[in-house]
Design a binder for this molecule. Structure first.
Ligand SMILES: O=C(O)C(=O)C[C@]1(C(=O)O)C=C[C@@H](O)C=C1
Length: 479
């Protein structure tokens, strides 16, 4: 079981490595692709918008499929459609088909999200922090792909190999995931169908609205920054190198933030405080970058902005949303990411309009988005109770119970052998001396003296049931 879970986990993360490739693979190969499509760069870049359309179209449908038909089905839909995208794109010579394929990539993205995020909250008590790590794998994919594209170019190799490589990973991962039994949402650890957050009607509406607004702002604040920071830095007189370096520092900050969030969420129970703190830091950082205009200060705060705005806070907020709606995790994952997709759609338009007033105004706009995000985080902090200890302890008990049930099944299996042996030798079912030996061992094995009696009681009960089972086998054999 443990081994299964790690195979499943690795498989889910590998998908996001591939997804990191998909996010930038069209732009990274745009010159070759536009030649294939017999179009110019401007028309070719229009194809990129298909991904956004595909995501918007598919999120709710994939969310519903995930809740209704299961995470595994949804995951396989996502992986197969990504496979079609990766294999067909480098061979395709028609721009219309290229657009359809980018829609397919968007659909794949939404299927993966609708399956994976809910799944990670369903493993066990601590696994929802894995949702934060997804971000790290996307970043690794986005880091590797450009290197591969440069390598292929330098060695005059076919650009399409950069598509074939993720396709191979997908095929291997399909084989891996198809042979794994997935945890079932309704019987699994913390997917108790009733939310344990106990929000009343009004708080639930407030929290949900704030979380969905946060779905928008958390995405918007990042896109806004990454698209404009270099231009802004140039315009306020930073040299070219520092202007570009700000973005690298942001990425390093982001990875550091993701890893810190992951470790913290696993170890401590301060999810809401962390979300609030991250948003405060993000707002302070972007404001400092906008107003200080000192290179070193901007560098430090670019790192801190990456750490806080892109360090897993978006995933933490999603986990909170899924805690509020445990019965509809797929749908709410979809809804949350729809808000994120609207951000990727609208930010270029809004910043494009702001550009008329100069890039400093664009960065000021990002401060406003950060403040709206901070206000949402405050509303979330005030309305949603901290992931309480009762919930965590019950999740732990659920995990232990599953292990006990497996062991009891094994014990009953051995009792069947005992029954067969006794039948052959014609021995009575009950054996008091053996029971005494069992109870004595239990007494000795139990460390804590206060619970020795309870454990003996439990084992007496087990043996009583074992005798009943043997009697049942007897009557069944007679029939
Ligand atoms: O050891 C046996 O003889 C059993 O039948 C098994 C077992 C048990 O469950 O441990 C059940 C009934 C006996 O009275 C003693 C022990």
């Amino acid at each position: 079981m443990e081994k299964m879970q790690s195979r499943l986990k690795i498989g889910l993360f590998m998908n996001y490595l591939v997804h990191g490739f998909a996010l930038i693979i069209l732009t990274q190969n745009l010159i070759e692709l536009s030649a294939n499509w017999h179009s110019n760069l401007a028309t070719a870049s229009f194809v990129l918008s298909g991904i956004g359309i595909g995501r918007l179209l598919a999120y709710l449908i994939m969310g519903a499929i995930s809740d209704r038909f299961g995470r595994k089905t949804t995951l396989i839909i996502g992986m197969l459609s990504y496979l079609i995208f990766f294999i067909a794109t480098p061979f395709n010579h028609q721009i219309f088909l290229a657009y359809l394929l980018s829609i397919v990539a968007g659909i794949s993205n939404s299927a993966l999200d609708s399956a994976t995020y809910p799944l990670f909250t369903e493993f066990n008590a601590k696994s929802s922090s894995n949702n934060i790590l997804i971000k790290a794998f996307i970043s690794i994919g986005e880091f590797i792909l450009p290197l591969m594209v440069i390598f292929l170019k330098d060695n005059q190799m076919w650009f399409g190999l950069s598509f074939i490589f993720p396709a191979i990973i997908l095929v291997l991962n399909l084989l891996n995931l198809m042979t794994i039994k997935f945890p079932h949402a309704s019987v699994n650890a913390n997917s108790n169908l009733k939310s344990q957050l106990n929000l009343n009607g009004k708080s639930k509406i407030m929290a949900t609205s704030a979380l969905l607004v946060y779905g928008y702002t958390s995405m918007a604040v990042m896109i806004w920054f990454t698209q404009w920071i270099t231009i802004f830095a140039n315009s306020i007189g930073f040299n070219d190198w520092s202007a570009h370096f700000l973005l690298s520092l942001y990425s390093i900050g982001s990875i550091t933030g993701v890893l810190s969030s992951f470790v913290l969420m696993k170890k401590f129970n301060l999810r809401n405080h962390w979300l609030l703190g991250m948003n405060m830091l993000a707002t302070i950082s972007i404001a400092t970058i906008a107003f200080s205009r000192i290179t070193l200060v901007s560098m430090i705060f670019a790192f801190l902005f990456g750490f806080s705005a892109s360090g897993g806070a978006m995933q933490i907020a999603l986990n909170i949303l899924l805690n509020i709606f445990p019965k509809h995790k797929g749908i709410f994952t979809g809804l949350y990411f729809i808000f994120g997709s609207i951000a990727s759609f609208t930010v270029p338009i809004i910043t494009g309009l702001l550009a008329k007033f100069g890039s400093p105004q664009i960065v000021n706009g990002d401060i406003i988005v950060a403040i709206v995000g901070l206000i949402s985080a405050i509303v979330i902090f005030e309305t949603v109770p901290q992931n309480n200890d009762l919930e965590k302890s019950r999740n732990k008990i659920n995990n232990i119970d599953s292990k006990i049930v497996r062991l009891l099944e094994k014990r009953f299996k051995v009792v069947e052998d005992v029954y067969a042996a006794k039948k052959q030798q014609n021995i009575a079912t009950k054996d008091q001396s053996r029971e005494n030996v069992v109870l004595k061992r239990i007494n000795e094995m139990t460390n804590k003296s206060e619970i020795k009696g309870f454990n003996q009681n439990i084992f007496q009960n087990i043996m009583d049931n074992s005798k009943k089972y043997q009697e049942l086998l007897k009557t069944m054999n007679k029939e």
